[in-house]
Design a binder for this molecule. Structure first.
Ligand SMILES: [Zn+2]
Ligand SMILES: [Zn+2]
Length: 307
């Protein structure tokens, strides 16, 4: 089995392929914060009109948002979440949580506090847990188990996977990875993270298995090391060879990745994937819930206020 195929059938990669790039993820963030109109998206994300139109079109096309007329002469539309889009709320909560805890500086439009009204008012701190044993989810507690079956309908190559994505193709990218959207909104960075989450760590393995050009790979690895998400360690001195391991900050991205994986499994058509994930603590196949730490319930978007 080709490793690139293996990564491409990865539910997380599939999910992000549906959602789109960092602009699309920024739009979704605004929708979850209660914005629905084109001009609001434009001012709050800084996206150009062309960029915004295309991303909104993709999100509507993929069934995440729908257009709702709010004015008739001339007709104007706002963008609302479908049920499939609303089901991304747990994932959005964990992105907020990671940003609050780990981002160098908080994005201007991110609320500093979430409040859960259920039934009494309390601070909401979202936590990903195993649906079976309710233990908080950690990267080190999850075992990747290979299934015996072949991939049947996974994308066949990387260009097919990437055809919808408007990724930055430059091999020399100076942007810093300050925020979740920078990491998951860039195709190669995302695929590198997906590879790290399935246990790859060596430069040569990344290069061979992702089929990525060396300049792009070196650039993305450097960005991830600079952002303190991966750390570089020499494992052989002559000639020097390096391994890249997830830091605590990198591992902290795992729960939101698993929340996205859960959404893919519940909302996208099934695709055979050679890995299954097992939660070591209870021995069950991993399913992820996002709960409020205070009350232990799964918060609904209508029960949460932000400030
Ligand atoms: Zn468990
Ligand atoms: Zn609560």
């Amino acid at each position: 089995m080709q490793a690139a195929q293996l990564l491409l059938s990865n539910p997380v990669a599939r999910g992000l392929n549906i959602l789109g790039d960092r602009w699309a993820i920024l739009i979704l963030r605004e929708v979850f914060l209660g914005q629905h109109r084109f001009e609001e998206f434009r001012t709050r994300t800084g996206a150009s009109r062309g960029t915004l139109s295309k991303r909104l079109e993709t999100l509507v096309h993929n069934g995440i948002l729908y257009k709702n007329p709010y004015q008739t002469a001339p007709v104007r539309y706002e963008y609302r979440l479908t049920d499939k889009g609303r089901a991304l709320y747990p994932w959005a909560l964990l992105i907020w949580q990671w940003e609050t805890e780990w981002a160098d500086q908080l994005s201007a439009n991110i609320p500093s506090r979430l409040t859960h009204f259920h039934p009494d008012e309390h601070a909401l701190y979202p936590v990903a847990v195993c649906r079976h044993c309710r233990e908080p989810l950690h990267f080190d507690d999850v075992e990747r188990v290979v299934r015996e079956e072949e991939i049947k309908s996974a994308p066949k190559n990387i260009s097919e996977f990437g055809s919808q994505r408007r990724s930055r193709n430059s091999g020399n990218n100076s942007q810093l990875l300050g925020h979740v959207t920078d990491i998951i909104g860039d195709r190669w960075t995302l695929l590198l993270m997906a590879a790290a989450f399935v246990g790859l760590s060596r430069y040569d393995d990344f290069r061979q298995q992702l089929g990525v050009a060396t300049n792009i790979l070196a650039d993305r690895l450097k960005m991830l090391v600079d952002a303190d998400i991966l750390k570089r360690e020499e494992y052989q001195t002559n000639p020097p060879r390096f391994e890249y391991h997830l830091t605590t900050k990198g591992k902290a991205l795992y729960p939101q990745t698993m929340a996205l994986r859960q959404w893919v499994q519940e909302w996208l058509p099934p695709v055979s994937h050679p890995f299954t994930l097992v939660h070591r603590n209870c021995g069950h196949e991993l399913q992820t819930d996002v709960i409020c730490q205070g009350c232990g319930e799964v918060p609904g978007a209508d029960e949460v206020r932000f400030s």
